[in-house]
Design a protein around this ligand. Structure first.
Ligand code: ATP
Length: 364
């Protein structure tokens, strides 16, 4: 059963279209991330679902209840949508202890004292902050404050939890820890999480599904690994993955087998999957992840030149030239390659995507 549904939702600020005809279904209890570069419309989308921003057009349903409809003039206020928020600049009440901060919402709802105590203790345990219950926010680290803010948001048991870059004020180590916490919390509550980030790694590791946006348009809405392995277009291919995917333009000069002519007179022969139909003369873009570019002595598809080799202990990032194109290879282990050396390059079988150069769409 879908929890949240957006139908033809558009938001204009004057003439500027921030979100354009968005159709999105967020399943009950899923963890969905809105991902994309700055200004693509992620926050506006989240705010429209939450009721903090009024769409120009469209229908929004939460739990089978229409909370917004431009046609029928329905616009339910945020406090009546049974949702919780956690934003980047979460503000804890400085004059209240951790306990009070978490209990406040429940006391406001006139919960009996014992039930409040029970619920707050449960949340203190869940977020592992029991030992700080009598401290004030100023006596906590950033990560501890963040956990209190999460506990406060979860206290009333919202069915939907909206989070807008909630980890961006934390350092790298804490962010990593909090990612694990958020994933655990999602498992332990039966809430639906809708999460905004521009950090592809965060989106990839946290969510069941990623909604990738650009210029107000949804580009792809799929499980993270699907986005990684089968990107819908060159934009989504490039947005996820670090180091980024290699995107090499070329022209099909033969179709049995396919031979691709790359700049610098390099010819690459390969067999595309059955679903791909290529025509001689077609301009395409070959997308291959760095971990699928092999440096090999035997069965090489082409010859390249090592431009740089960056061993980092666990892996080595190698930059190569292939004719006039450049590509990265990531090789597991601590290897050293001679710069300027000629090497054979091969792409591990089937692990590439082909895109149409004009439309940028995946041809598979
Ligand atoms: P970021 O990651 O930088 O927060 P975002 O993807 O969340 O970006 P939004 O905040 O949704 O982007 O904004 C989408 C576009 O709408 C931006 O170009 C922004 O400048 C514009 N915008 C947002 N709010 C308003 C407003 N109140 N008035 C005019 N334009 C706005």
């Amino acid at each position: 059963m879908p929890k949240i549904e957006l139908k033809h939702v558009t938001k204009r600020f004057g003439k500027f279209v921030a979100v354009d005809d968005l159709n999105l279904t967020i399943d009950d209890r899923s963890f969905v991330t809105l991902l994309g570069p700055s200004g693509c419309g992620k926050t506006t989308t989240l705010r429209m679902i939450a009721g903090l921003e009024t769409p120009t057009e469209g229908i929004i349903t939460i739990n089978d209840r229409v909370v917004f409809s431009s046609e029928d003039g329905i616009d339910i206020s945020p406090d009546k949508r049974d949702v919780g928020f956690l934003f980047q600049n979460y503000a804890l009440w400085p004059h209240m202890t951790v306990y009070k901060n978490i209990a406040f919402g429940l006391e406001n709802l006139k919960w009996p004292k014992e039930k409040v105590q029970q619920r707050v203790t449960e949340l203190l345990d869940m977020l592992k902050i029991g030992e700080f219950r009598e401290r004030y926010p100023s006596e906590l680290s950033g990560g501890q404050q963040q956990r209190v803010a999460i506990a406060r948001t979860l206290a009333t048991g919202p069915k939907v939890l909206f989070m807008d870059e909630p980890l961006s004020n934390l350092d790298a180590k804490l962010r990593m820890e909090m990612r694990t916490e958020l994933k655990r919390l999602h498992r332990e509550t039966d809430s639906t999480f809708v999460y905004v980030t521009h950090d592809q790694l965060e989106a990839m590791t946290l969510s069941n599904r990623v909604c990738l946006m650009k210029n107000g348009y949804m580009q792809q809405y799929d499980p993270p690994l699907e986005v990684y392995r089968r990107p819908a277009n060159t934009f989504t291919a490039d947005f996820v993955g670090s180091p980024p995917i290699n995107l090499i333009s070329g022209k099909v000069i033969d179709d049995k087998p396919v031979i691709l002519l790359l700049p610098g007179d390099v010819k690459l022969a390969f067999i595309p999957s059955d679903t791909v139909q290529l025509e001689v003369g077609q301009e395409i873009v070959l997308g291959i992840r760095p971990e699928h570019v092999e440096i090999t002595d035997s069965d090489a598809m082409a010859e390249g030149i090592i431009l740089s080799s960056l061993p980092s202990g666990m892996e080595t990032i190698v930059q190569l030239s292939l004719g006039e194109s450049y590509l990265h290879s990531v090789i597991f282990g601590d290897l050293d390659f001679d710069v300027q050396k000629k090497v054979g390059i091969s792409f591990s079988k089937g692990n590439f995507n082909l895109f149409d150069k004009k439309t940028t769409l995946n041809l598979g």
